[in-house]
Design a protein around this ligand. Structure first.
Ligand SMILES: [Zn+2]
Length: 131
């Protein structure tokens, strides 16, 4: 009788652990893979929410003729074209994991936005649009 109760407790604990781990994974995925930000010179130029997005090409142009073309679709983003000398950003391929696509010569960064960055951005954007 005592042994059976113990087994039941273990099962309940295991189910609880698995379901909370699953919930955490879903939560983290949602936070880190939902929105992409494009930066130039450390300034956030634009954000893209991938949920239901139509594929698009976003052009980043610098004062000295720097050009980067970022392709964004529901799957993520990649640097389609760039006029930087090394083309490392183009060779990077798809934005995967937490590693951002960085174009060092053109000072362009494409990365997933964390929930914290997103709320900071939303707050600053709201401030900026106030009359
Ligand atoms: Zn580059």
């Amino acid at each position: 009788m005592k042994k059976r109760k113990h087994t039941l407790e273990i099962i309940i604990a295991a189910v609880f652990l698995i379901s909370s781990a699953t919930a955490l994974v879903i939560h983290l995925n949602r936070e880190s893979r939902g929105v992409i930000g494009v930066y130039r010179d450390g300034v956030l130029l634009s954000t893209f929410t991938l949920d239901g997005i139509e594929p698009l090409d976003y052009e980043v142009v610098g004062e000295n003729g720097e050009m980067n073309l970022v392709h964004i679709d529901s799957d993520g983003a990649r640097m389609l074209l760039a006029n930087c000398p090394d083309k490392l950003c183009v060779l990077h391929g798809k934005l995967a994991g937490n590693e951002p696509i960085i174009c060092l010569p053109n000072r362009v960064v494409v990365k997933w936005l964390s929930a914290a960055e997103l709320s900071a951005e939303t707050a600053s954007r709201t401030d900026a649009t106030l009359p």
